[in-house]
Design a protein around this ligand. Structure first.
Ligand code: DX5
Ligand code: ZN
Length: 214
């Protein structure tokens, strides 16, 4: 699955930019609060408007403090996935249950330096694990291959039937790096600058899909 990230889109033309990736599996929306990460993007009102502008399932990646308070409203608004950071949540299980109760899939994200072992037990409460392959905050950074060990570890548990969730990767995904992520067992690939930096976004999404499946 391919999830273009609109972080690299033209924010003055967001509805058109989302429609430009029609055919993508999800559209990835990066919510940043300038506290959890040193950058500020957009929030609930913009997501609510974008939900009206597209039928592509929306993958909301919340890089924010206090997800217990802020995550459920994204689910209520109609987001397909609501993913928050393990490092920002005091009680990730409670947040996941609130997201699911509000009708969305729940995702847990970990920064590159955050180990996955402490969270393996609670992953049964989630539909997605989002492995960050750059430090969250900005698009256009270089892929950190070391994080693939986390994807491999969780892939083994999924394949063994011990967990049921999608493994998603975010940061530095392009035609060169997507192959190694696919080999590590990643299901869903977020791509920002490598999609929105090209003139034909839909064609790039198809190309990424083909390389990942090869
Ligand atoms: C970074 C965001 C990513 C970002 C990825 O904090 O979570 O979704 O858009 O951008 P690229 O694909 O350019 O690394
Ligand atoms: Zn993201």
């Amino acid at each position: 699955m391919i999830a273009p990230s609109i972080l690299s889109a033209d924010f003055a033309r967001l509805a058109d930019e989302v429609r430009a990736v029609e055919g993508a599996d999800w559209v990835h929306v990066d919510v940043m609060d300038n506290h959890f990460v040193p950058n500020l993007t957009l929030g609930l009102p913009v997501v609510q408007s974008l939900l009206k502008a597209t039928d592509i399932p929306m993958d909301c990646h919340l890089m924010i403090d206090d997800p217990a308070r802020w995550a459920p409203p994204y689910a209520e608004a109609g987001a397909h996935n609501v993913t928050f950071h393990a490092e920002a949540a005091d009680d990730p299980i409670a947040v996941a249950r609130d997201i699911r109760a509000a009708g969305a899939k729940a995702g847990l994200s970990v920064k590159p330096g955050t180990p996955i072992e402490p969270y393996l037990e609670i992953l049964r409460e989630f539909d997605t694990l989002l492995v960050m392959s750059v430090e969250p905050g900005f698009g256009g950074q270089s892929f950190i291959p070391e994080v693939l060990a986390k994807a491999r570890a969780v892939r083994r548990l999924v394949d063994a039937g011990e967990l049921r969730l999608l493994i998603e990767i975010d940061g530095g995904i392009n035609m060169d790096t997507i192959e190694q992520a696919a080999e590590a067992g990643v299901d869903c690939f977020v791509a920002g600058s490598s999609v929105y930096g090209t003139p034909d976004r839909a064609a790039t999404v198809e190309k990424l899909r083909r390389v990942a499946a090869a």
